[in-house]
Design a protein. Structure first.
Length: 258
């Protein structure tokens, strides 16, 4: 069965053709290598296949369905996505630098899941770091230094521990096993606070919460002793929150879109 088929795929940036009339196919269980020097269009081709950019012309099929022009999440839902590799001697790399915006990707520790990546965004003197799923690690600490906002995933061990114990009591061994496993590759609010303090972060935002909080009354329980470790503001993220960082000052403006 043909898993991936590409026909006359082309992409131009202005007058420069990065990819032109590329055609190939990949069969089930087949390994295909793409080889070429720097600037030959390899990354652009992967961007086209996974929907990060749209082609000027050509067509793409995945498992018999045409996915030309699909958005990345639509391609991913169908089972295809790209991963990013760091050179052996690097744990961070600038992936975008244009029009004053610099985006740095850095490797974080979500073992046993690899790769796991965080991102730092710098623009006109303001900065935001998104931790990705990770335990506290040196790369996250270094990339968070001086950031206006650190958006940190967070897991409250005490609350997850209750879920694990409950799963055992009600004969849900798989749930109990998962609740036990996830304790090993996430960051507690207390550890996030310590990291934010050491890195000189101005505002800590906790996101991707484990467990999810059904009512606002549980927020203090979720935070635990985090406020003892970080003197700046700590926000538990909710859908629709918007943070703005105006150029030329140190204000952090927070509002809700809902």
């Amino acid at each position: 069965m043909t898993v991936l088929q590409v026909e006359n795929l082309s992409k131009a940036f202005g007058a420069l053709w990065a990819v032109k009339n590329v055609s190939f196919w990949v069969e089930e269980a087949e390994i295909v290598g793409l080889i070429g020097p720097n600037g030959s269009g390899k990354s652009t081709l992967f961007h086209l296949l996974t929907g990060l950019i749209k082609p000027n012309s050509g067509r793409i099929w995945y498992r018999g369905e045409e996915i030309t022009g699909f958005k990345p999440f639509e391609v991913c839902k169908r089972g295809m996505a790209r991963t990013f590799q760091f050179p052996a001697d690097k744990k961070a790399m600038v992936i975008i630098e244009a029009d004053g915006l610099k985006v740095t990707a850095f490797e974080v520790d979500h073992t046993p899941v690899k790769p796991a990546v965080g991102y730092r965004f710098d623009y006109k003197g303001r900065s935001v770091v998104i931790s990705g799923d990770t335990v506290p690690c040196l790369a996250l600490l270094e990339q968070s230094r001086g950031a206006d906002i650190l958006v940190q995933e967070a897991l409250q061990p005490a609350m997850v521990g209750i879920l694990k114990t409950t799963g055992q009591k009600i004969n849900r061994p798989k749930t109990a096993e998962i609740m036990g496993d996830i304790l090993n590759y996430h960051t507690s609010p207390e550890d996030a606070a310590k990291l934010a303090r050491e890195a000189g972060v101005r505002h800590l935002v906790l996101s991707h919460l484990l467990p999810p909080l059904p009512v606002a009354d549980l927020k203090p329980v979720f935070l635990g002793d985090a406020k003892k470790g970080f003197s700046g503001p700590i926000t538990i993220a909710e859908d629709g929150m918007l943070f703005s960082l105006p150029e030329g000052n140190k204000k952090i403006i927070q509002k809700s879109l809902f």
